[in-house]
Design a protein around this ligand. Structure first.
Ligand code: FMN
Length: 193
């Protein structure tokens, strides 16, 4: 198998790995930086770079946990749900936030094109982690729309798109059960008059 074929085969084996199956260590500073550099290869109409990644280090997890717990309390959740929200801040040995900055004032680049760029950046970021041997998963949930979490991560015009957790997979990654492959490619034919 050529190096290119091996790489293609490896990319075809990227599946999400949930928090239960991720062990330390998470990516180090250089590995996060390399993944973010690959994310910059996402197609970006107008060069707006509508995304950035923010790594949450181990030392910052307790502060994030406090934010998650306060948010759950604000939403009127029960004590056990508040504790589950707090625990989510410790999900994944490595944790990064994907922050999107999608503008609605760029005539040639409507928001949906910018979101495509954000999604492509996420994919390249996760593929880079996968090629480095990490398991990873994109997660959202109530925390991404929590006002205090928003303030803690986002500047003007930004929004928290999702979290990315990453670590060493403790079991082989596999497709999600029950997901049948549906064709993602066809040939266009002109509509019959
Ligand atoms: C922006 C975004 C947010 C997501 N949030 C969640 C989530 O909160 N919980 C979850 O189980 N899956 C979530 N997913 C889906 C998983 O990350 C994953 O893509 C899905 O389980 C399919 O697995 P696969 O990546 O192996 O195909 C999210 C995906 C994206 C792109």
């Amino acid at each position: 198998m050529s190096a290119e074929e091996k790489l293609l085969a490896l990319l075809g084996q990227r599946y999400s790995v949930g928090p239960k199956y991720l062990a330390p260590p998470g990516p180090n500073v250089a590995q996060w930086a390399q993944a973010a550099a690959l994310a910059l290869r996402a197609p970006d109409h107008g060069g707006l770079r509508p995304f950035r990644f923010v790594v949450v280090g181990d030392a910052e997890r307790p502060d994030l946990a406090a934010l998650f717990a306060a948010g759950a309390q604000q939403r009127g959740q029960a004590p056990d749900e508040i504790e589950r929200a707090r625990a989510r801040a410790y999900n994944g040995p490595g944790l990064a936030a994907l922050v999107a900055r999608v503008r609605d004032d760029v005539p040639d680049v409507p928001p949906h094109e910018q979101w495509l760029c954000v999604g492509a950046a996420l994919m390249n970021f996760m593929n880079a982690l996968h090629l480095m041997g990490f398991g990873a998963k994109a997660l959202s949930g109530a925390s991404v729309s929590d006002p205090a979490v928003h303030t803690a991560f986002c500047g003007p015009g930004e929004q928290l798109a999702n979290w990315v957790i990453a670590g060493r997979p403790t079991r082989a990654a596999h497709p999600k059960a029950g997901t049948a492959a549906s064709p993602a490619l066809s040939n266009w034919q002109a509509p019959q008059a």
